[in-house]
Design a protein around this ligand. Structure first.
Ligand SMILES: NC(=O)c1ccc[n+]([C@@H]2O[C@H](COP(=O)([O-])OP(=O)(O)OC[C@H]3O[C@@H](n4cnc5c(N)ncnc54)[C@H](O)[C@@H]3O)[C@@H](O)[C@H]2O)c1
Length: 269
């Protein structure tokens, strides 16, 4: 994989991945609607909207691997989620297919499986259990990935990212489970780009956290060896004695699960 397109390159993950991959590939094309600054050596900067299919066809031309980060990155109104994470995501996959792209690395989210009970370890094979409209859109993105792999032979990796934040440290007790450090995120993306051969894979984007509740064995074949563990922040965070919301504490998706909640937690087995 020599020519890489990163969508959403001006975002928080995009900035870290841009910096981390710089110089590692002959061409890194960076795309966003937000300002991207000047292109460094080996970079190209493109201002484009993932909702614009013609622009996406141009942006994917000559690209080997798309790292698709752009979109609505939190829970939001349906119109936004629909336009960015459903229609926009579809445009990216379609443009990639037309342009002969070989691989797509898709930024999915733990919120695709947020309503699984936290007392259970979950792996890449659990059924979707989205906790928000945002989570539903990530299930859609993973389904797109599965489809484009099976139907069109594009190699696809879906990264169920936990918590990537600036500054680079977990903020609360749940993030001790879900945190991914910046360098681990860069490593994971790099491994997904560089691995010689996979058809379709789902992995968790998480550091080597002692308290993680995600079985990420599936990421090992990629060569992903996370270097960070949130445990070094645990004592300080837990000493604050903050109590997690009662519903949030029961599920993997944490604070996304009680949003607009009108169900019965006891029925969510
Ligand atoms: N940060 C996390 O903890 C986390 C967790 C799970 C999944 N993710 C996913 O990772 C990806 C990146 O997350 P982030 O935290 O960097 O988010 P972010 O909001 O910082 O970055 C998203 C970027 O996408 C760009 N964008 C938005 N709409 C666009 C459009 N129509 N066309 C082109 N670009 C557009 C934005 O300008 C922004 O730069 C997202 O898909 C998000 O859902 C992030």
């Amino acid at each position: 994989m020599k020519r890489i397109l990163i969508t959403g390159a001006a975002g928080q993950i995009g900035k870290a991945v841009r910096a981390g991959l710089r110089g590692g590939y002959p061409l890194i094309r960076l795309l966003d609607v937000a300002p991207l600054g000047a292109a460094a050596d080996g970079e190209e900067v493109v201002t484009a909207d993932i909702r614009d299919s013609a622009a996406m066809e141009r942006a994917t031309a000559g690209i080997d691997c798309v790292v698709h980060l752009a979109g609505q990155s939190t829970e939001g109104e349906w119109e936004k989620v629909l336009q960015l994470n459903i229609e926009g995501c579809y445009n990216v996959f379609e443009a990639a297919r037309h342009s002969g792209v070989k691989r797509i690395v898709f930024a999915s989210s733990n919120h695709a499986v947020g309503f699984h009970r936290r007392e259970r370890f979950i792996d890449d094979r659990v059924l979707p259990r989205p906790d928000t409209r945002y989570g539903i859109s990530k299930v859609f993105g993973e389904a797109l990935g599965r489809h484009y792999a099976d139907k069109h032979g594009i190699s696809v990796a879906c990264l169920r990212i936990g918590t990537f934040i600036v500054p680079d440290r977990p903020k609360d007790a749940r993030q001790l489970l879900t945190w991914i450090s910046h360098r681990d995120m860069v490593q994971l993306v790099r491994r997904c780009i560089d691995h010689p051969d996979y058809h379709f894979v789902v992995v968790y984007g998480v550091s080597n956290n002692l308290r993680s509740r995600w079985d990420n064995t599936n990421a090992r074949f990629l060569g992903y060896r996370p270097q960070d563990d949130s445990e070094k922040f645990a004592a300080e965070i837990l000493a604050r004695g903050e109590k997690e919301n009662e519903i949030a504490a029961q599920f993997h998706g944490g604070f996304y699960t009680p949003m607009e909640f009108s169900g019965d937690p006891e029925k969510i087995e």
